[in-house]
Design a protein around this ligand. Structure first.
Ligand code: MIC
Ligand code: SF4
Length: 642
């Protein structure tokens, strides 16, 4: 067996591991973050279970950190009180980005973890299976259900050779894969890394690769657990959590991709997609206005200390703003104690708080027309907080060199000599921001500020949908397009009526008004192209459209997490059986779908009548039995309550 099969097999409770079939898994850990966690915990409360039923649950706060009014801190208070009440650890604001802290303090080889964030696969760097899910999926698993998923293909990624030192990093490996495979190349696939090159990468470097595997659309990515994993766990004071997990020597994969690490050169993704990857050399010279270093992709101690070493005795270019967000308190405290922080400050870096920060548009927006170089994983248009900025993604060392030179440059062409910095033998362990769940929980009161509203629930499916197409969109529509983030919108994550006003605002400002008008008259339909809903796990991209009366989304193909979120909130996910109908169908056309109760229950094909243009076409209802039952009930919450 390969490693993925071994771990899945040891957790399997429903089905068998045949590609394309439905499987159910026991889950060892579930974690939430604040921007998706308020919904998850409200939903857990609505299911009505007293205490989480998974062995480990952790509630992190890392996204909604600006606190420009009562809303963010009210959410924190709600999350802290619900963690205590329901039996989860609470990682206080300031402790770090969920994925990085989880890797440092909780991740355990051989385990399966769910996180309410698409970058949960970061934990795959530790030899575990890690899935990003919507909040409601997390809530039902915490309430005791197995996690159900369609068995993906398993792709073996054979790494040979070693990265050239010192300027090449793990970021260049995943950018190379994105260049080859694109943002939809990983849909329905798990990427399992093997080969001699694996040994040359430490755990945080492996985690950079599995983290950004999310941008391939992959279900998850995994590295084996070996002596390198042992060293990392030992340095974290957790050697007791170590166990070897690797593929058998004769393991089979559905497909094999090979990457020669020694042949890679520094890469960069151009605006506005993580797969618009070129060699840095190809675009050298372009002026840089802003550099942001950090995020769950690239804030290991090794990366941050290397950045400090580059900055030491140098100065940030006078026309560049350099923002640095360390990803965890552990790393930030170590940088402060070893003098790295002083070098960063002396060079003119703007030291930001330990959080997601600019990665999700919570501050540090670039100015209009500016070029921002970031070490993050996503550069979708507008995500930085400015629709008219140009965001590039690259490795932290290259980004730091650009902050000094003021233009895009392959770091190997700079005058800078960089000493090689490794991960430390011992990390500084100080878990004083991690609060364990208390024994006595029954009297704990859950605190809900005025911005925290109930989760809306859809009524059961009706037999007919007769509704207009409110929006026709192209390929690769992201959840940031559907439900933008940023400092204006994120504070409403606990308030669906308010956040709904922002649905599709970056694409069509009239959408909300038009949807509200049709909501009481049978609702509306969205049409999209390939890979609809790529990107984040935010279920708000499904709940808010549901709240606005969206009944169905018809596309050429879906991204995994978003498709599940649509089903969880009772929206029909339909696929054109003949993609060319997409060209023919127009925004504004009124569509009718009949006999839905019977069709949702048992058909694979649904006939749709275009009443405006007088023709019919078929859509594929590619659903398993559980998904059919959920849709008939109007969503997973109603389904879970029975
Ligand atoms: C992201 O990187 O897009 C986020 C913000 O972390 C999201 C979660 C969210 O929208 O709250 C994700 O990756 O799932
Ligand atoms: Fe936070 Fe950015 Fe990572 Fe999402 S991708 S969890 S916003 S750092």
């Amino acid at each position: 067996m390969n490693l993925t099969q071994k771990i899945l097999h040891s957790h399997l409770v429903i089905g068998d591991l045949k590609e394309g079939s439905s499987i159910g898994l026991n889950i060892d850990e579930v974690y939430t973050q604040d921007a998706t966690g308020t919904m998850a915990w409200l939903q857990f409360e609505a299911i009505g279970i007293e205490r989480v039923k998974v062995p480990l649950a952790v509630s992190y706060v890392d996204h909604n950190m600006i606190q420009s009014n009562f809303m963010n801190p009210d959410d924190h208070q709600f999350l802290q009180s619900s963690a205590a009440r329901f039996g989860a650890w609470f990682s206080r604001p300031g402790n770090g980005i969920c994925h990085q802290v989880n890797l440092e303090r909780f991740a355990k080889p051989g385990n399966i973890v769910l996180g309410t964030d698409s970058h949960t696969p970061t934990n795959g760097g530790m030899g575990m299976i890690a899935f990003g899910v919507g909040g409601l999926d997390a809530a039902t698993v915490m309430a005791g259900s197995p996690f159900e998923i369609t068995m993906p293909k398993i792709i073996g990624v054979k790494l040979i050779g070693a990265l050239q030192k010192p300027w090449l990093t793990a970021m260049d490996v995943i950018l190379e894969l994105l260049r080859r495979l694109t943002v939809k190349g990983g849909v329905g696939k798990i990427f399992e890394y093997f080969g001699d090159g694996v040994k040359t990468l430490n755990v945080p470097q492996r985690a950079t690769i599995t983290n950004m595997g999310a941008e391939l659309g992959a279900t998850t990515s995994i590295f084996p657990s070996d002596e390198i994993t042992f060293s990392f766990l030992k340095a974290q004071g957790r050697e007791g959590d170590f166990k070897v997990f690797k593929a058998d020597n004769d393991a089979k994969y559905d497909e094999i991709i090979e990457i020669d690490l020694s042949s890679l050169t520094p890469m960069i993704a151009k605006p506005h997609s993580p797969d618009a990857v070129v060699k840095i050399k190809d675009i050298e010279g372009q002026k840089v206005d802003q550099v942001c270093i950090g995020s769950c992709t690239n804030s290991s101690y090794q990366a941050m200390k290397s950045v400090a070493a580059i900055l030491k005795g140098r100065q940030v270019h006078k026309d560049v703003n350099l923002h640095i967000n360390p990803g965890s308190k552990q790393v930030a405290e170590m940088l402060a104690r070893d003098g790295s922080l002083a070098e960063m400050i002396a060079a003119g870096a703007r030291i930001m708080e330990v959080s997601c920060g600019p990665c999700i548009g919570m501050g540090s927006s670039p100015a209009t027309g500016q070029t921002s170089i970031r070490t993050f994983n996503r550069n979708f248009k507008g995500r930085s907080g400015n629709n008219d900025a140009f965001v590039y993604l690259t490795n932290p060392l290259a980004a730091c060199v650009m902050a000094i030179t003021g233009h895009i440059i392959d770091p190997r062409d700079s005058e800078i000599n960089l000493e090689i910095i490794e991960e430390p033998d011992t990390f500084l362990i100080n878990d004083n921001m991690l609060i364990p769940p208390p024994e006595n929980f029954r009297d704990i009161k859950i605190i809900k500020g005025p911005n925290i509203k109930e989760v809306p629930v859809k009524s059961p499916a009706s037999d007919v949908i007769s509704a207009p197409i409110l929006l026709k969109l192209g390929d690769n529509i992201t959840t940031d397009d559907i439900m933008p983030a940023g400092s204006k919108v994120l504070p409403y994550r606990s308030n669906i009526p308010e956040i709904s006003k922002f649905v599709f605002t970056n694409i069509d400002e009239t959408f909300y008004e038009r949807a509200i008008k049709t909501r009481e008259k049978g609702g509306g339909i969205i049409v999209g192209g390939e890979n609809y809903g790529q990107g984040s796990s935010r279920e708000h991209a499904a709940i808010a459209p549901m709240y606005l009366g969206i009944q169905a989304v018809i596309v050429k193909s879906f991204a995994r997490i978003h498709r599940t979120n649509l089903i969880n909130f009772g929206i029909l996910p339909l696929i054109f059986s003949v993609p060319s109908i997409y060209e023919k169908i127009m925004q504004g056309d009124r569509l009718e779908m009949k006999d839905l109760l019977k069709n949702i229950d048992s058909s694979r094909i649904l006939k749709v009548d275009n009443e405006t243009s007088n023709y019919s076409f078929d859509c594929i209802l590619n659903l398993n039995q559980r998904e059919r039952a959920i849709l008939l009930k109007g969503g997973l919450l109603s389904y879970s309550r029975g």
